[in-house]
Design a protein. Structure first.
Length: 516
């Protein structure tokens, strides 16, 4: 009798437990055997503009600087960036690109004319950082250069000559000039943007006018295997996308990429909010505005699918990130902002969206690498700080060139002030050597979340390990001269049984689980 009662109790208990487990609203199904699309490593790309202290006092300190440098490029920045494998760097802008005349930035530095940076702070730049210095930086880092030509205030000849100067192997006035300036071999730059934000700072053009100009420029930017990127409209300008797609449809050889920019801003552009002084309202607002990217991308992609059904043109998200008020006391035109745990979690939403849309998204460039907007690195004189976003890029580098694994997510809501967004975001991929990496973020700052992950189509994995980015407070950040508060730590709050992975995600965290 006692035994019967015991078994009865056991059955009821197991049923209740099973039911409770089933009730978990947070489930991910990963189809590990259905991966066909590669996550282009260029999704982990960067953007470095002549803006504030990104180039000057950032990457570039000059050869005579007491700060240790290689041919004028700051060594500590190079060393830090190597750790996150920057695959591609976009330069010289941004809005700056449509004011830049590249010939001012070549030849002996003491003879280069100066330029007023009319977009960013009205400061005078001496052009000591130009084409050779940028391409030197890319070579040192092993990153592909991505150059934006001046369509707004430049000429077609300037653009065409620039391509010839850096890429041609023939004897010509441009290649002779390059050689005179110390570079014998061409650099073979593949990625070229034809203008930047041509709807705004790049010339305030109409989409049809821009599309015609794009075709003209692209026609005369000669070279084999160039990847030429057309400027997109504002983030929700689908008319611009449709016009450019339609007008270039019969000219497939001219267009390889189409650009998309999105900045997360809260509560609005004017006034924006502080990067570090915020409460839950600021946390939620930034997450909410970032989740919107998925919808924007999908709508642009749907239009691209219509005009480019064979998926030849890549969507190039060549500016993205958070945009706050500048740090108190700094030049408002320099866009210098700190970077907290919030930025790492928000960045994970972006990167997961890009990974999951990798079939069309072929490159993305976070704005910007050093000292500007959502930077990886901040500098103050000889000091350097690695931001939470730096650590996000370090954690996510496992996805570079891996095969994207399609997944479905069911997530409980994170509710704030009557508004709702999903609590979890995720993407997964498989490397060439068979490792599976699953990245997850819990955007809820108040609650740990248990996620049940159903791994379909996998073999058994012997080793599982995890890494986490989190911190005590949502606005924790890394600061000069202080111990780091936000970085990567090892993580073990998960269990793998029968191809079911259960992960307990701490509130406000980003986690990557590696299955080997
Ligand atoms: O990244 C800062 C600026 O934002 C860029 O120069 C411009 O393209 C965008 O509006």
């Amino acid at each position: 009798m006692f035994k019967l009662k015991y078994y009865f109790f056991l059955i009821v208990f197991s049923m209740l437990t099973l039911q409770a487990a089933d009730k978990n609203e947070n489930k991910i199904i990963i189809n590990a055997d259905l991966g066909t699309v590669k996550i282009n490593k260029n999704i982990y790309g960067h953007f470095a503009e002549h803006l504030g202290r990104c180039i000057y006092e950032g990457f570039w300190v000059g050869e005579d600087s007491p700060i240790p440098n290689t041919r004028g490029l700051r060594n500590d920045i190079i060393e830090a960036l190597k750790d996150i494998n920057p695959p591609v760097i976009r330069w010289p802008g941004g809005c700056f690109a449509d004011t830049y005349h590249w010939m001012d930035g070549i030849g002996p530095r003491e003879k280069r004319p100066s330029i007023i940076n009319t977009n960013w702070g009205g400061v005078t730049e001496d052009n000591s950082f130009g084409t050779h210095e940028f391409l030197d930086l890319c070579e040192i880092l092993g990153a592909e250069p991505y150059i934006c030509v001046n369509v707004g205030s430049g000429t077609l000849k300037e653009a065409s000559d620039w391509v010839e100067y850096v890429n041609s192997n023939n004897d010509s006035p441009m290649t002779r000039l390059r050689k005179e300036n110390g570079r014998e071999k061409p650099w073979n730059v593949k990625y070229w943007a034809v203008g930047n934000e041509s709807w705004g700072c790049g010339g305030n053009m109409e989409p049809a006018y821009y599309a015609d100009n794009f075709k003209r420029y692209s026609t005369f930017m000669h070279g084999r295997d160039l990847f030429k990127v057309a400027s997109g409209g504002t983030d929700a300008d689908y008319d611009w996308t449709e016009t450019v797609m339609k007008k270039t449809q019969k000219f497939g050889h001219l267009i390889q990429g189409y650009s998309f920019h999105y900045y997360s801003v809260y509560p609005g552009w004017n006034p924006k909010s502080s990067a570090t002084e915020f409460k839950e309202d600021g946390w939620f607002g930034m997450m909410e505005t970032t989740f919107v990217v998925d919808d924007r991308l999908k709508k642009h992609i749907a239009l691209m699918d219509e005009y480019d059904p064979t998926n030849k043109i890549g969507l190039i998200a060549d500016e993205w990130g958070s945009w706050y008020e500048v740090e108190p006391g700094t030049n408002p035109g320099f866009l210098y902002q700190q970077n907290t745990l919030r930025d790492a979690v928000m960045g994970a939403i972006y990167l997961n969206i890009f990974n999951n849309n990798a079939e069309r998204v072929k490159m993305a460039n976070i704005a910007q690498t050093v000292n500007v907007l959502q930077a990886m690195i901040l500098t103050k004189a000889e000091q350097l700080v690695k931001t939470p976003t730096f650590y996000l890029f370090k954690m996510y580098k496992v996805h570079q060139d891996a095969t994207m694994l399609p997944l479905t997510i069911e997530s409980e809501d994170y509710e704030y002030n009557g508004k709702k967004i999903p609590s979890i975001t995720s993407s997964a991929s498989q490397t060439n050597n068979g490792d599976i990496n699953i990245s997850l973020a819990n955007v809820n700052p108040n609650k740990d979340i248990i996620v049940d992950i159903d791994l379909r189509g996998i073999a058994n994995f012997a080793n599982v390990k995890g890494e986490i980015i989190t911190s005590e407070k949502m606005n924790d950040y890394n600061d000069f001269g202080k111990p780091e508060k936000v970085n990567i730590k090892s993580f073990s709050n998960f269990k793998l049984e029968n191809k079911k992975l259960t992960v307990t995600l701490p509130s406000k965290s980003v986690v990557t689980i590696n299955l080997k």
